[in-house]
Write a protein that binds this ligand. Structure first.
Ligand code: GLV
Ligand code: GLV
Length: 324
């Protein structure tokens, strides 16, 4: 009997077709999110789950689906998954690092440049018909902050953080970084988190969300940020205290922010960040290039195929399940 695998969304890429040769594959065809109840119902009796970061994989779900042998998430982040609960049950968890590194670093640079140079504000201004002979090319017209030559602080110097550092070098930036474990990267000065916040004109967040990083940029740490600095977050919303960030931005202590991820997604329309003209927002699109999304789907499919054929997943988040 072929094993049953639930795929919670129609996926791009080539490998997903290959996956269907190894299992009885059930693809959730509705657009929109799968509710927790629907996920539990659809997953009943399944051996594998290929999911997105919008699907919560918690203890309750695992208890309801004792047949589950593997989970493959089409994401690098796994904060939507109770990893300890999976590992305790010997369930392998696949994710998709590597393939999205450059695309996500590009997004961080895009938000940094957009926030610093007021690109979105300026776009609205032109479309609203506000560009008139009275203000055209006044010397202080839409002046922002220079990215070139500024100091960038990278919080989390993993693959994406390092890719941002390489881009920043091209902008002639001085690059500081903080990482939980020591890292040695050419052209990057490792500092404490406090020193990074105090010295950086731009701060970009690239740590994973977990118990150690939840609320890492809280009110106290945001208060340490250099006056007139810019925060960019393409990692996860829960790492930054949104209320404290909004307060710092509206009081003018921080110059601007570029925010791709929120504590709650989709973001609520009464989120104070949305009311601020000096905040550029995006709907969690860090890895959203056509090519990268296809590659992520391919890695997710390959992780699932490996699990179905008794191999180690090529990108396993909890390799302890293989017993060393
Ligand atoms: C995107 O946020 C991912 O985790 O892949
Ligand atoms: C800008 O467009 C300039 O010519 O200085």
């Amino acid at each position: 009997m072929p094993k049953k695998v639930l795929v919670t969304h129609q996926l791009p890429g080539e490998r997903i077709r290959e996956l269907s040769r190894y299992c009885e594959m059930n693809v959730w065809m509705d657009t929109g999110l799968l509710s927790a109840e629907a996920l539990r119902e659809e997953l009943a009796g399944c051996h594998g789950l290929l999911c997105l970061l919008t699907d919560r994989v918690d203890r309750e779900l695992l208890d309801a689906v004792p047949t589950l042998e593997f989970v493959s998430s089409m994401s690098v982040g796994v904060d939507h998954v109770d990893v300890d609960a999976l590992t305790a049950r010997g369930i392998a968890l696949g994710h998709t690092p590597g393939v999205l590194v450059d695309t996500t670093a590009d997004t961080a640079m895009a938000l940094m440049l957009a926030a610093a140079r007021r690109v979105v504000e300026a776009d609205h201004f032109v479309r609203m018909g506000n560009w008139t002979p009275q203000n055209a090319w006044a010397p202080d017209f839409f002046t922002g902050k220079d990215v070139s030559g500024a100091t960038l602080g990278i919080i989390g110097l993993g693959d994406i953080g390092q890719a941002v550092a390489r881009r920043a070098a091209g902008f002639g930036m001085e690059v500081l970084a903080w990482n939980r474990s020591p890292r040695e990267v050419a052209g990057v000065t490792m500092v404490t988190l406090e020193e990074l916040l105090a010295r950086s004109d731009f701060v970009s967040v690239h740590v994973a969300l977990n118990d150690g990083t939840r609320g890492l940029l809280d009110k106290k740490r945001i208060a340490l940020m250099k006056a007139d600095s810019v925060l960019v977050n393409t990692a996860r919303g829960g790492i930054v205290d949104e209320a404290a960030l909004a307060a710092a931005l509206s009081s003018g202590r921080l110059a601007a922010a570029g925010i791709d991820v929120f504590e709650r997604e989709p973001v609520a329309m009464d989120n104070p960040l949305l009311a601020l003209p000096n905040v550029v927002v995006a709907p969690h699109i860090g890895s959203a290039s056509i090519r990268t999304r296809a590659r992520m789907a391919d890695v997710a499919a390959d992780n699932a195929i490996a699990a179905l054929t008794g191999e180690r997943m090529p990108c396993c988040f909890n390799p302890e399940v293989y017993g060393g």
